[in-house]
Design a protein around this ligand. Structure first.
Ligand SMILES: [Fe+2]
Ligand SMILES: [Fe+2]
Length: 199
């Protein structure tokens, strides 16, 4: 069977499109976070956006490596999210999108790739699914922290660090204005507990 006749060929094309779009959607969320002064939050989202574009690159490489010069066009029949809404809701929807990727799409694509004899592509889908699970946890934490107003609050004192000047202080709530450099709270580094658990 020609590679272009396999389901894996189509799944790689779908995944390339999905990851490319996720990367762009997250850049838009980061842009909105920046506009609202949440600079450290925007940095976290930009990191995830970058991860998605690298996932897209890997799918593109696997597709073109095997498809060779015979690929000129691939018709993709798939649904992709086009959410609108405010920043807090955007974070929740991003978590939901990540959940679909790591719970449904990529495990199914990994199984198909294995059945079709592409163990390495199956492994790639599985590795990326693991990253998407982590992304879901980060977005879910960020959503809950923003919704409850606790992005810069903690029940017990924790170390807050200004990303601009490096000022550090152990507090229950981060400063509104950095006592050293006068930067706003949005420049204070975030505490993402789920991210640390998964390292
Ligand atoms: Fe991804
Ligand atoms: Fe992701």
């Amino acid at each position: 069977m020609q590679f272009c006749e396999t389901q894996t060929y189509n799944n790689l094309a779908r995944s390339f499109a999905g990851e490319s779009q996720a990367g762009m959607r997250y850049q838009l969320i980061a842009r909105e976070a920046t506009a609202q002064g949440y600079i450290a939050l925007a940095d976290e989202i930009k990191t995830i956006a970058k991860n998605e574009t690298v996932h897209a690159r890997r799918f593109f490489e696997e597709l073109t490596k095997r498809g060779g010069e015979s690929i000129h066009n691939i018709d993709i029949n798939a649904g992709y999210p086009f959410h609108t809404g405010d920043l807090v809701e955007a974070l929740r929807l991003a978590a939901e999108d990540e959940k679909v990727e790591h719970e449904r799409n990529y495990p199914a694509f990994a199984a198909t790739a294995k059945e079709e004899g592409f163990a390495d592509i199956s492994g790639l889908f599985t590795m990326i699914a693991t990253v998407e699970k982590h992304h879901e946890q980060v977005f879910r934490y960020l959503h809950e922290a923003m919704e409850s107003g606790n992005l810069y609050k903690n029940e017990s004192p924790i170390l807050y660090i200004c990303k601009e000047c490096g000022h550090k202080q152990t507090l229950k709530e981060a400063w509104d204005v950095c006592p050293l450099c006068k930067s706003s709270q949005g420049f204070v580094a975030l505490h993402i507990p789920y991210a640390k658990e998964n390292v």
